[in-house]
Design a protein around this ligand. Structure first.
Ligand SMILES: NC(=O)C1=CN([C@@H]2O[C@H](COP(=O)(O)OP(=O)(O)OC[C@H]3O[C@@H](n4cnc5c(N)ncnc54)[C@H](O)[C@@H]3O)[C@@H](O)[C@H]2O)C=CC1
Ligand SMILES: O=C(CO)COP(=O)(O)O
Length: 340
């Protein structure tokens, strides 16, 4: 099976490194919009901008031409969109315009579209309505607890692919379920995608809690009540709340909110230290999706009439309307209620 990954950031590169260990030489192709980055990866055998410590497999193919990267795939192969959420719509549009036969397309991004509050699969469906030229592609999301660095080092990891197409799920398993990576399948795209978006916002909250030295009890409270918010929104949006107890919900929440490799958690820690958000983001060198989708999740919650106090408060902190200290005070000052 051939795999093309679009986007050579930390996660796209790590998955390419993993797959290249198990699929025949030349089957894995990594595309980047940056010719300079590709040249550097070829020359140095490393992705110094996004995954500096990892040696890239020698038989990993690099491609800067999007058409070539897509047209090398047959109907049985797999296309992985590995860009951040902000690039998903444009990326999918370009893919659909280039495709000459049905493709299996899976995306890795975790977030919502900021101005529409659409989930990734809804963004893809919108573009598909406009640009599919009558071809019937299969779509899905691959998500779950997975720091790129650990995956690239070959450490154990379990993920979930969510799709309405069992064939696409099987293709993703054929590509990535090898060695130290397990891939589970689900048909709950809404549950999987909302879990991935909300856990990033909660990781910022956990970072703030830890950065302010509020203690381990406080962090457990943030995560548990945050998980309750996630389950409520998933249910209201038509997903299954129990998906939130799996890898893409609780699993990724535990990882991101407690693991210091998380960019979102780091944003929270640095906000608590009083650094301005623009300064923090400038220093990250990577995307922190929770920052970009907190307002969108808040507006989706309002539209679906779901109470999400922690998530909504993070939107206020990230907008600069409320300080981290004031956010804690307001959340702790809420009226008593049933634990639902
Ligand atoms: N890094 C990780 O451990 C994991 C990341 N993810 C998710 O995967 C997505 C990508 O994350 P990372 O690779 O870590 O991000 P990153 O910040 O390391 O890299 C982003 C990559 O996307 C490219 N890109 C940005 N805008 C683009 C555009 N308009 N067109 C083409 N390429 C574009 C950048 O050039 C860069 O190569 C995010 O949504 C993230 O939440 C999911 C699981 C693990
Ligand atoms: O999604 C991730 C791990 O599953 C990566 O989290 P960060 O984007 O916070 O680093």
């Amino acid at each position: 099976m051939r795999v093309t990954l679009l986007g050579a950031g930390a996660w796209g590169t790590a998955l390419a490194v993993h797959a290249a260990k198990y699929l025949p030489a030349g089957d894995i192709c990594l595309w980047s919009r940056s010719m300079q980055q590709l040249e550097e990866m070829k020359r140095a055998g490393r992705n110094s901008a996004y995954l500096p410590e990892i040696d890239l497999p020698v038989h990993l193919q690099f491609e800067d031409d999007l058409e070539t990267a897509i047209l090398r795939l047959s109907e049985d192969d797999l296309l992985v969109i590995a860009t951040p959420m902000s690039a998903l719509a444009e990326m999918v549009k370009q893919v659909l315009k280039i495709a000459q036969h049905p493709l299996n397309i899976v995306w890795l991004c975790k977030g919502l579209e900021p101005h529409t509050a659409l989930l990734p699969n809804q963004v893809v469906e919108r573009e598909n309505q406009l640009h599919s030229h009558g071809l019937t592609h299969a779509f899905g999301a691959l998500s779950g607890p997975s720091f790129a660095r650990e995956v690239a080092l070959g450490m154990p990891c379990a993920l979930t692919v969510a799709s309405k197409s069992p064939t696409l799920c099987a293709d993703v398993q054929a590509a990535f379920h090898h060695g130290n990576m397990r891939i589970y399948a689900s048909d709950d795209l809404v549950g999987v995608e909302l879990g991935g978006a909300i856990k990033n916002i909660l990781a910022i909250a956990a970072g703030i809690s830890d950065g302010l030295d509020l203690g381990l009890n406080a962090r457990a409270a943030v995560l548990t009540r945050g998980l309750a918010e996630m389950m409520r929104l998933v249910k209201a949006a038509g997903g299954r709340p129990e998906t939130c107890m799996g890898l893409t919900g609780a699993g990724d929440l535990i990882l991101t909110a407690t693991g210091d490799l998380s960019r979102n958690r780091r944003v929270g820690l640095e906000l608590a230290a009083g650094k301005p958000l623009t300064h923090i983001l400038g220093g990250l060198g990577h995307v922190a999706e929770g920052v970009l989708c907190a307002q969108a999740v808040g507006s989706l919650a309002i539209r679906l009439e779901v109470d999400m106090p922690i998530t909504t408060m993070m939107g206020e902190v990230l907008s600069g309307n409320v300080t981290p200290h004031e956010a804690v005070k307001q959340l702790m000052g809420r009226d008593p209620k049933l634990e639902v």
